[in-house]
Design a protein around this ligand. Sequence first.
Ligand code: C5P
Length: 230
Amino acid sequence: MHESRPIIALDFPAFTDVKKFLALFPAEEKLYVKIGMELYYAVGPEIVRYVKELGHSVFLDLKLHDIPNTVKSAMKVLADLGVDMTNVHAAGGVEMMKAARVGLGMGPKLIAVTQLTSTSQVQMQTDQNIPTSLTESVVHYASRAAEAGLDGVVCSAHEVENIKAATSQNFICLTPGIRPSGSLADDQKRVMTPAAARQIGSDYIVVGRPITQSEDPFVAYQKICKEWQG
Ligand code: C5P
């Protein structure tokens, strides 16, 4: 396991919500948070600087996908912001992923999105004209990401074993869709508990609503930490 802290998905629409939420944790509790498109596009780079100044780690989930040169330049900007981890779409290709790595440098972790978990096998075959199974496509993209020198992929916990077998045990598998025992699945289709994710080899787990929508987010966070750390 690479990271003992569950990554908290800060899926909030505005800066004030983030400030209120983070104030519910003791100042000495250094968190690992995920900032996604909604928050980043609403607030701008300031949100990353703010969270970093509080001493937290940041996974900036912007899923870049463009021509290699543009992605390289954008990654330089993100590296200067001090992100700890960010990502690209593996569909951008090996050349784009290599360019992303050059732009970001070797410090921050760089991971790839393979097939979005909202994509079904039929959708993939129809929309993308990829005739294989969904799992084969995911594993293929993960192998291309490894070849490009990326650190890992975002994936379903159910795909971890296949991905590690095709790449290496050190190749990071970051898994959302995590629900502690006894909590709501929300709109997630195939969920896994933190303990099951650990047993199956996930390196990072991302947890949003079970913490952010909880009555006491710090208590919910501590419970998930315990389950994740075993
Ligand atoms: O609230 P919840 O725990 O479901 O949030 C999970 C987070 O992980 C959200 O920010 C969601 O967009 C993200 N995510 C996901 N599944 C993926 C990729 C990202 O749930 N395959």
